[in-house]
Design a protein around this ligand. Structure first.
Ligand SMILES: NC(=O)c1ccc[n+]([C@@H]2O[C@H](COP(=O)([O-])OP(=O)(O)OC[C@H]3O[C@@H](n4cnc5c(N)ncnc54)[C@H](OP(=O)(O)O)[C@@H]3O)[C@@H](O)[C@H]2O)c1
Length: 325
């Protein structure tokens, strides 16, 4: 079934119930090999759009700009208005003391590069990729507000400020006092095994009516069930080349939570990954999880999560599989 549409948080825009993340587009490994090249990227975007997907997530630093370029080339053959495109600014993109963060100079430089690469006059959502301790909040909120007034950006989002809810509060209270555009969306990490946002941060999002667009909904692939306790990871998986990923995800505690996911998957006749996505999609505060996929086969499996219904008991068991704060 094609993906349903949902409201993009409190905004008047609608998006498909699953977003598609393009972090791996154009990303080079240590030997310089591109993980998802142009052709595969376009196949993935075709498959996503064919399934009714409309919400594309990228960032200025993904693949050193290649992710946005591939998307821009693909959008050139499509009706841009049918898609809701989100990008992000913060991380260094060039050797320059002002070439990172949320300072005005970097923001103004980057927004034009983003629009150029995407081949569009505006992005639907611009996220601050991280909080910037070195730039006054007044400076970046005013600059971001200018982007909205100029029609370069429709909505603002805050990515990975968690667990510090006060940062969003500080920025939005200032925006309210000054009449600036506030953050209406947030993009935190959230999945069955990463619960840092439960409690304070999610309560803040509810209170400020901020939409939650979770990244790494499959815990980078851990929740697909492709990793087994005590066994080497599959050769072509993220864990095979990323020791930090192994240390943070392939833990006993996470494998215990995965047991609960696999039990529910068995009951509903779905894969553990689909059940993990369905858990987020049944969560009252989640707008649209951002699925990642390296292949069309992975993407198709993930998009089919939209067809899964969980009972209240199954939802509660997944919630209890690992607790946040
Ligand atoms: N705001 C931020 O700071 C931030 C941070 C991270 C990500 N993001 C956004 O969120 C998106 C998703 O993040 P993510 O890639 O970590 O998400 P994810 O959905 O948790 O993990 C995706 C990875 O899991 C594996 N996978 C996915 N589907 C699979 C399947 N059906 N079967 C087996 N393996 C499967 C693939 O890795 P392998 O095949 O290589 O194992 C894939 O690259 C990114 O593209 C980006 O847009 C944002």
């Amino acid at each position: 079934m094609p993906l349903d549409t949902v409201s993009l948080g409190r905004t008047g825009t609608t998006v498909s119930e699953l977003a598609f993340g393009t972090w791996r587009f154009g990303r080079a490994d240590d030997e310089g090999t591109i993980e998802v090249g142009r052709e595969r990227a376009h196949e993935l975007l075709d498959a996503y759009a064919d399934a009714g997907g409309t919400f594309i997530d990228t960032a200025d630093m993904y693949g050193e700009g290649r992710s946005e370029t591939y998307i821009g080339e693909w959008l050139a053959d499509r009706d841009r208005e049918e898609f809701v495109v989100a990008s992000k600014i913060y991380w260094p993109t060039r050797e320059d003391p002002n070439g990172s963060g949320l300072n005005r100079k970097h923001l103004r430089h980057q927004i034009d590069r983003i629009l150029e690469r995407l081949g569009t006059d505006y992005v639907d959502v611009l996220y601050t990729h991280r909080w910037d301790d070195d730039t006054p909040v007044e400076e970046f909120m005013r600059t971001l507000d200018g982007f909205v007034r100029d029609g370069k950006v429709n909505y603002l989002g805050a990515s990975t400020f968690e667990p510090n809810a006060w940062k969003v509060v500080k920025a939005n209270e200032l925006a309210d006092r000054r009449g600036y555009e506030p953050f209406s969306l947030s993009q935190p990490r959230y999945n069955v095994v990463n619960r840092e946002i439960e409690g304070n941060y999610l309560e803040m999002c509810a209170d400020y009516d901020i939409g939650v667009v979770p990244w790494s909904p499959l815990a980078g692939g851990f929740l697909t069930g492709k990793y087994t306790r005590g066994e080497d990871p599959p050769a072509d998986s993220r864990a095979a080349t990323d020791q930090q990923f192994v240390d943070s995800y392939l833990t006993e505690e996470n494998f215990d939570a995965l047991d609960a996911v696999e039990a529910v998957a068995e009951e509903v006749g779905a894969t553990p990954g689909q059940v993990s996505l369905a858990w987020l999609m049944h969560h009252g505060q989640v707008t649209a999880p951002i699925v990642g996929a390296r292949t069309v086969e992975q993407l198709d499996e993930n998009l089919a999560a939209a067809d899964i219904s969980l009972t209240a008991d199954q939802f509660d068991r997944l919630t209890a599989a690992k607790r946040g704060v």
